[in-house]
Design a protein around this ligand. Sequence first.
Ligand code: FES
Length: 322
Amino acid sequence: MNHTETLQLRVKSITWEADGILSYELHPEPPLKDLPAFGAGAHIDLHLPNGLIRSYSLLNAPGERRRYVIGVNKDARSRGGSRYLHEILRPGDTVTVAPPRNNFPLDENAPLSVFIAGGIGITPIFGMIQRLRALGRPWHLHYAARTRRQAAFVDALEAMHGLDGAEVHMTFDREAGARMLDIPAIAATLPDGAHIYCCGPVQMLEAFETATAALPPDRVHREYFAAREAAATEGGFVVQLARTGRSLEVPSGKTILDCLLSEGIEPPYSCQEGVCGTCEVRVLEGVPDHRDLVLSEAERATNKRMMICCSGAKSRKLILDL
Ligand code: FES
């Protein structure tokens, strides 16, 4: 558990979107009228009855205040999150939800937005596309899935092709005659001023980061769903909590968050994998060993913020704003 303020939302409907992908429409209960607003690319955290907290991107149009819609892929390696949603959660049930956060915001003023989506990575991008449609701004989508049946929102996306400069390119790499999505070619031909976004499996994101390494960082955006490297559990440093003056020794085998929780201190946290940003804290002194996928390289270099669920320390001591 953590101290993030949460909402109780009712599952109004569950919809089949593609093989292995269901969408969930969540509505507020009276007397709550409007839900907290969200921008394109935002996600919500679901606090599940089995104790897990899982982040899911919002795929409905930013600006909607009466519902949140998420898409959930049934992960064969599920540790209980997607399996619970697919097998147990039913329309009419209530779920505990932390308000939206956004680590993957859309630049609404870009002359062109180019999206690369892999599998369930289409969910935040689908919300971004709806926002750009509302603004009448151009976008190109390159969407890869194993097969057409495993790709969500295909009909809706294909119907948008050609509207307001939109282009929709689908790649189904397990179908006859398929070619792999050529991410280096997409990045190499990115028009001046265009912004490029990627969300998908780790291998796709790594290829994206390589292909876009020479582009201006403020025009390159990506969101990971899962950790890419192990959490820092080497230990051997001290964390001082500036607000109370308490100091904790972080031993080998534990993260900073582990140590805080075992001392009865419960900062906000969610994914515990360095991908959601919920556990971010300000660093007042010391040098973190960043292992998250939320901060950009430039943000990491300032050493002003860190994710305490996965990052450690390169200095002997860290002073945190906790
Ligand atoms: S809890 Fe998600 S980044 Fe730390």
